[in-house]
Design a protein around this ligand. Sequence first.
Ligand code: PEP
Length: 256
Amino acid sequence: MRRYLISGNWKMNTTRATGVELVKALAAGCEGDESVDVLVFPPAPYLIPILDAVKGTSIQVGAQNAYFEEPGAYTGEVGLEMLQDIGCETLLVGHSERRHVFGETDELLNRKVKVALDKGFRVVLCVGELLSERQDDRTNEVLDTQMAGGLKDVTAEQLGQVVIAYEPVWAIGTGHTASPEQADAAHANIRGWLATNYSTDAAEAMQILYGGSVKADNAAELLGQPNVDGALVGGASLKASAFLPIIQAGIAATKG
Ligand code: PEP
């Protein structure tokens, strides 16, 4: 059975103090029940204090972004070696804000995915359609293209280190959550793509998270869908009082 993964993308939010306080509250709230995995993506400058704060707890920490080149003349970028150096080996790739605000293409994202996997990182690859693409009935086509682009040349063995996050762009930060049926259908399509392009076993093993306005009051229904294995949460991951109930919904879904 696939484990649930409840993850929080803090984006460009928190201070060092509020981030540490948040992660400590999450660790305390999760103590005693590790039946779901919990992962946070703090801003880069706070990775070290957050990694320190989670030592000895079950909370996992990933980076929101990194550059794929070896150390050198790349002003402003954070290298994968630097993340490894501080003990951070999970990388978020392809978030809608990286694609649409920073113009990252499938080709560039694939370089990040490939180099990160080659270096031993776990990669959480985000895919998702725009509202106009859904309205044009192109959701599955867009997801297939982003899967093929992002995972180009990723081996079957490396795929075990990949998590997919389905995040419809129209649902991110908007309060408009995909319905449980819409989420499950998109996840089933992603699983189908993996079965066709890798294997049925690989498709069955893949953790596929849903992201897009997940909150305490819709988490249980979304996480109850057969193809939904967790959540990638933005706004509601910034307060322990909002995020812990989503983790609890994951624990309840695990226990059926
Ligand atoms: C996100 O940033 O990945 C996200 C899903 O944000 P929100 O939960 O705020 O919609």
